[in-house]
Design a protein around this ligand. Structure first.
Ligand code: AMP
Ligand code: ZN
Length: 470
């Protein structure tokens, strides 16, 4: 299947062509494990997961590599400030290694709860320090680096004629203008970045290594370049990350990888737009106050309702987080599951095979092949499940196939005590009626709910429900 994806590098949708027929190598930037991943981070991982699932759905063999940043990511993207890991260690009174282990485990628990597939290769940066030093040595030998005594070894961005091609020349020039606020005046150009940082004199870091330049730690961008080459080769098919990485992290990955190998680093660059919160704008891990996956069950939501919430907005559109939105998505997912399970019951034991020539299936594929248009693909799924003119057994086969991409547990049995989907809709309608002071309607809806075995109680904190016994 031919499909088109938006390439940040060329700023257009392009037909995807892998280096090797039938196989795709993907590198996705992983979590910095100094704190829990917030639901914004997880929007990006859900997007990447859906993308990998889509490739597999179309029959491609995928090798996905993800790093774990457990050293070297400083609080400022300009290579100044504290190492986030050492900061996490201070905050929690643990070692940086303990912090890394704890938050990496927490990350994968959340990741799994959102039905994201494990990467094929998972690599913590601290396991690849030798590879990073080797790459920095190549850069040094080719004349791309310079030393700032007491600080680090820096990449000289002026040596690359196409530095900044991912973000655009204008942006790089802008960095030059902003030089007055640049903390490190010893850099030749404000965009220059560290490939190796020296441990500050007199300060004993928890994470530091010997190198040809002295004790210290790798610059943050090095890990992704070194690990991508090691596991996927000097040129890779697709590199993924969140939109914040375009201007600095990915721009610098490209610079050092291409300077070292003399070859293009990644043929396609894909970026997920941010999840933002209305009041504070972008969600930030360093701010400390943020929503995590575990907030969802605490508020009574299936984490997959959040997955569904994300899939309803195209990955290249900003997604504004609201609890009303999650509530609507939870109801929507409930409705979709009820529908899918009804179709399954209707299909009974009839043998079913997927009709790949059917219009709905072609439409579903076409939506995915158009830069992973999940909102459109989900609309096709809804319409088809409801379409009585398609035999139930075929609708079932389609829903099962679609699940390979959507991963919403459509056939998950309802837990006992869970609110039936139709009841959720009635409660919502009743809340609206109460808001509009339509007491008559509100009473009617209370009766309708009681008939379904759902009892309602109005409290100052809102409407509560419980299932009637028997
Ligand atoms: P970090 O753990 O900070 O290195 O980020 C992990 C991933 O989450 C990266 O791909 C980031 O680009 C992405 N990311 C960070 N904040 C957000 C956000 N608010 N919305 C979506 N993705 C984000
Ligand atoms: Zn990276």
């Amino acid at each position: 299947m031919d499909f088109r994806i938006y390439n940040t590098l060329t700023r257009q949708k392009e037909l995807f062509k892998p280096l090797k027929a039938g196989e795709v190598g993907i590198y996705t930037c992983g979590p910095t494990v100094y704190h829990y991943a917030h639901i914004g981070n997880l929007r990006t991982y859900i997007t990447e997961d859906t993308f990998v699932r889509m490739l597999k759905f179309f029959g491609w063999k995928v090798k996905r590599v993800m790093n774990i940043t457990d050293v070297g990511h400083l609080t400022s993207d300009a290579d100044t400030g504290e190492d986030k890991m050492e900061l996490g260690a201070k905050r929690e009174g643990k070692t940086a290694w303990e912090v890394a282990r704890f938050y990496a485990e927490a990350f994968f628990k959340d990741y799994k709860a959102l039905n994201c597939l494990p990467p094929d290769v998972l690599c913590p940066a601290t396991d690849y320090v030798k590879e990073m030093i080797d790459m920095a040595l190549v850069l040094e030998k080719k004349g791309y680096t310079y030393d700032i005594p007491g600080d680090g070894v820096y990449f000289d961005t002026a040596k690359l004629s196409d530095y900044g091609k991912l973000v655009g020349k204008a942006h790089v020039e802008g960095i030059k203008e902003g030089a007055r606020v640049e903390a490190n005046a010893q850099k030749r150009h404000p965009a220059d970045f560290a490939v190796w940082k020296f441990a500050a004199p007199g300060e004993k870091r928890q994470m530091e290594w010997d190198s040809p330049w002295g004790r210290g730690f790798p610059g943050w961008h090095m890990e992704c370049s070194a690990m991508a080459v090691k596991h996927l080769g000097e040129t890779i098919d697709i590199h993924w990350g969140g939109e914040d990485h375009v201007a600095v992290h990915h721009t610098n990955e490209i610079a050092q990888s291409e300077a070292a190998s003399g070859k293009p680093f990644a043929n396609y660059w894909m970026h997920a737009r941010f999840l933002v919160t209305g009041d504070e704008g972008k969600m930030s891990k360093s701010a400390g106050d943020f929503l995590t996956t575990s907030t969802l069950p605490e508020k009574g939501y299936d984490p997959l309702a959040y997955r569904y919430y994300c899939l309803l907005t195209h990955y290249r559109k900003q997604l504004e987080f609201t609890w009303e939105g999650v509530e609507a998505a939870a109801r929507g997912l409930d409705g979709l599951r009820t529908l899918a399970q009804k179709v399954k019951a209707e299909a009974g034991t009839a043998t079913h095979s997927l009709d790949r020539e059917a219009k709905y299936f072609k439409d579903f594929e076409a939506a995915l092949a158009d830069d992973v248009n999940l909102p459109a693909a989900l609309a096709v799924l809804w319409e088809t499940l409801k379409d009585g003119s398609v035999p139930a057994a075929q609708r079932l086969a389609f829903a099962l196939k679609a699940e390979e991409v959507t991963a919403l547990d459509l056939f998950k049995a309802k837990e006992e005590g869970e609110l039936p989907a139709e009841a959720a809709a009635l409660i919502a309608e009743r809340e609206l009626a109460r808001k509009n002071k339509d007491w008559k309607k509100s009473d009617e809806l209370r009766k309708a709910l009681a008939e379904k075995g759902v009892l309602i109680e109005d409290t100052p904190k809102g409407t509560k429900w419980k299932l009637a016994r028997g």
